[in-house]
Design a protein around this ligand. Structure first.
Ligand SMILES: [Cu+2]
Length: 169
């Protein structure tokens, strides 16, 4: 049977079909079109790239923490306190190596405001327990190093002022 004959037969049968059959047929056609459309979007990469982007984003943000668990420091009695001074717009020392449950204190000795922040400027990384805030002269901010890892820090108000924190497990 030629294709046109098949189509004529189909139209004839469709015309003579009951209303219910027609509705079912149209719904099925719409569902099939919907599936194809969705598949098409995923296949052409519109949905896929969006999902991938979302995944990469969260991966970048949380990779430091996902493999390491925050530890309870309440029972630790030999914790040390490390101090990083900010003077002449420099972190002193610029590199701190500590252990989980030690304390870190930023203190600003400059007349101008400084705001220590972790991670990349300007998005930053939330170091658990650290509350980022601007420090006026002689003000300090101390917190517990609850997470192991290597973390960069900078002055959010002048991101060329940089330092490195290594927290050993
Ligand atoms: Cu910043």
């Amino acid at each position: 049977m030629a294709l046109t004959d098949r189509f004529k037969k189909f139209v004839f049968e469709f015309k003579s079909a009951s209303v219910l059959d027609k509705v079912i047929f149209i719904l099925a056609l719409a569902a099939a079109a919907g599936l194809l459309y969705e598949h098409g979007l995923v296949h052409t990469g519109i949905i896929k790239s969006f999902a991938k982007q979302e995944k990469e984003h969260s991966h970048a943000e949380f990779t430091e923490f996902s493999t390491r668990k925050a530890q309870g420091c309440a029972d630790v009695s030999d914790a040390k306190t490390y101090t990083v001074e900010i003077k002449n717009s420099t972190f002193v020392p610029a590199k701190v190596e500590a252990k989980v449950c030690d304390h870190l204190q930023f203190i600003n000795l400059d007349e101008i405001l400084h705001e220590p922040a972790f991670g990349a400027h300007p998005t930053h990384l939330d170091y658990p327990g650290y509350e980022e805030k601007g420090l006026l002269q002689n003000n300090s901010n101390e917190f517990v190093l609850g997470i192991a890892g290597t973390f960069s820090f900078h002055d959010h108000l002048d991101d060329e002022i940089e330092g490195l924190l290594i927290v050993n497990p």
